[in-house]
Design a protein around this ligand. Structure first.
Ligand code: SAM
Length: 260
């Protein structure tokens, strides 16, 4: 049995801030433990669906540790675009801008340190921005792409974040969201419930001595709207061609809508 403690809207952002400040230093390790490393494959899938290109202006919101942004940048750098002459491709590569926006400075610090470790510390294409998904500091129609991985369920007003995503995207720009969502397959659902409500908080306690933060992460998944409901929220924000894909028995969902 599981019970949800009601959280008032105004308390949620404070609580989310505390949770990610607490988990920041162990976040990568816990991500691997909680998903048995699968989050890496899901992020690869997200980036392959995005199909990044040289010169693109991209915004990764709730980008925390830079995991998605690094993949986008590495894809752009490693893909040879046959249609482009080398000199044009080099010029475009230099214009590429991947903005990593996160509300939590501790998570951004983890990301910046990881960029240093990867030799991307001086890379001008990566821009780290402290900011709120609900009130982005970027101009209208300024981005070719917007991604948010395992972030939107932590935002207090999801509709505001979606409307901000729509505002900053150029016409034809793409919004992609990777999120933990609802499992519908009966036996798998029971296993998943047991794993998420019993094992994950215990693992959190063992690794970081912080059961409560991991309890919150699990409960936030249960509170998140169903796939269909979330798809309709994305469409209500103005996006067209809204699609979603269930990954691993419906544990993860991916949306790849397009703005008009
Ligand atoms: N995207 C990263 C990944 O997949 O590894 C990090 C995901 S982590 C579960 C969620 C992130 O959302 C945290 O870094 C947290 O600080 C950030 N976050 C929560 N609320 C936010 C908001 N309103 N605006 C921007 N970022 C937010």
């Amino acid at each position: 049995m599981a019970g949800f403690k009601e959280v008032k809207e105004e308390e949620k952002s404070q609580m989310v801030g505390n949770v990610f400040t607490n988990v920041a230093s162990n976040y990568d390790l816990m991500n691997d433990l909680m998903s048995a490393g699968l989050h890496r494959l899901w992020k690869d899938r997200l980036v392959s669906e995005l199909n990044p290109f040289p010169g693109m202006k991209h915004l990764d919101v709730a980008g925390g540790t830079g995991d998605v942004a690094f993949r986008i940048l590495e894809t752009i750098k490693s893909t040879k675009h046959r249609a482009l002459q080398d000199v044009i491709e080099d010029e475009l590569q230099e214009q590429t801008q991947i903005y990593v926006c996160d509300i939590n400075p501790n998570m951004l610090t983890v990301g910046k340190n990881r960029a240093l470790e990867k030799g991307l510390g001086e890379d001008q294409s990566l821009v780290w921005v402290e900011g709120d998904a609900e009130a982005l500091s970027f101009g209208n129609d300024s981005m070719d792409g917007y991604t948010i991985a395992f972030g939107i369920r932590n935002v207090t007003h999801i509709e505001k974040a979606l409307s901000e995503a729509y505002r900053v995207l150029k016409v034809g720009g793409r919004f992609l969201c990777l999120e933990l969502s609802h499992v519908n397959t009966p036996v798998f659902k029971e296993l998943y419930d047991y794993y998420s409500f019993s094992i994950i908080p215990a693992m959190g306690e063992l690794v970081s001595g912080d059961r409560e933060s991991y309890q919150y992460l699990v409960e936030s998944i249960r509170r998140f709207p169903s796939q269909e409901k979330f798809a309709s929220m994305i469409a209500d924000a103005g996006f067209q061609n809204v699609e979603y894909e269930n990954l691993v028995g419906g544990v993860r969902r991916q949306y790849s809508p397009q703005s008009p």
